[in-house]
Design a protein around this ligand. Structure first.
Ligand SMILES: Cc1cc2nc3c(=O)[nH]c(=O)nc-3n(C[C@H](O)[C@H](O)[C@H](O)COP(=O)(O)O)c2cc1C
Length: 183
C-alpha cells in the first residue's frame, strides 16, 4: 500500500509536524506500506488560483500537477489535522479544493488533535467535504486531546491509547484499499 500522510497545519511551532512524524513512523512499521509524507508547510500550495474547476483537470500550475500526481499515486491517505475554531485547518481545505477526481474512491484515515476535543469538531466539519468528493472514510478516527501535553522537545510522545487507536485505524484503512489482482 502506498500511503500518503498529509500534515495539515503550517504554523511555526505547530504540533502537526511531530504528530505527523509519529503517524508516518507507525505506518512504516507495517509490512508492504510505503509512506509518502506531504507536509503542507513545505509543499506550499498557494491559495487556490487555478482558473478551471478541478473536475476538468486542466491545471495551469506545475505545482498543482505535482499535487495531482502525488495524490493519484497514493492508495490511501491519512490526514493529520488540527482543530482550529471548531473546524479543520485552512491549508487542508485549500489542498483538498485544488483537486477533484483524484480524491474519488480514495480511502482516507483521520488523525485529529487539539485541546479539549481532540479535533472531534474538526472531523465533524470535514466529513461532508470528504463525502462530496466520494472519499471512503472510516467510522472512527484517531483523536488526540490536549496535544501539547504530549510534546517533549519537538517530539510527540503518544499514550498507549493513542498507539492502539492508530494501529487499529491503519489496519482498518488498509482494509479499504482494493486488493491488487495478481492473477
Ligand atoms: C487559531 C487556533 C484556533 C484553535 N481552536 C481550537 C478549537 O476550536 N478547539 C480546540 O480544541 N483547540 C483549538 N486550538 C488549539 C489547537 O488545536 C492546538 O494548538 C493544536 O496544537 C493546533 O495544531 P498545530 O499546532 O499543528 O497548529 C486552536 C489553536 C489555534 C492556533
Amino acid at each position: 500500500m502506498r500511503l500518503m500522510v498529509l500534515i495539515a497545519s503550517t504554523r511555526v511551532g505547530r504540533a502537526g509536524g511531530p504528530v505527523g512524524a509519529w503517524v508516518a513512523e507507525s505506518a512504516r512499521q507495517a509490512e508492504d506500506v510505503e509512506v509518502d509524507v506531504v507536509d503542507l508547510a513545505e509543499f506550499a500550495l498557494p491559495m487556490l488560483a487555478e482558473p478551471n474547476h478541478p473536475r476538468l483537470k486542466a491545471y495551469t500550475s506545475e505545482l498543482t500537477w505535482e499535487w495531482s500526481r502525488r495524490v493519484e499515486a497514493a492508495d490511501a491517505v491519512v490526514f493529520v489535522l488540527p482543530e482550529y475554531n471548531h473546524s479543520y485547518s485552512a491549508p487542508l481545505k485549500n489542498a483538498i479544493d485544488h483537486l477533484h477526481g483524484e480524491w474519488a474512491g480514495k480511502p482516507v484515515g483521520l488523525v485529529s488533535y487539539g485541546g479539549l476535543s481532540g479535533g472531534t469538531r474538526a472531523v465533524v466539519a470535514l466529513r461532508p467535504v470528504l463525502v462530496n468528493l466520494g472519499m471512503r472514510t472510516l467510522a472512527a478516527n484517531v483523536e488526540i486531546a490536549w496535544v501539547a501535553e504530549h510534546l517533549v522537545d519537538g517530539v510527540f510522545l503518544p499514550s498507549e491509547r493513542h498507539e492502539r487507536a492508530l494501529a487499529a485505524h491503519l489496519v482498518a484503512l488498509a482494509e479499504l484499499v482494493p486488493a491488487v489482482d495478481t492473477v
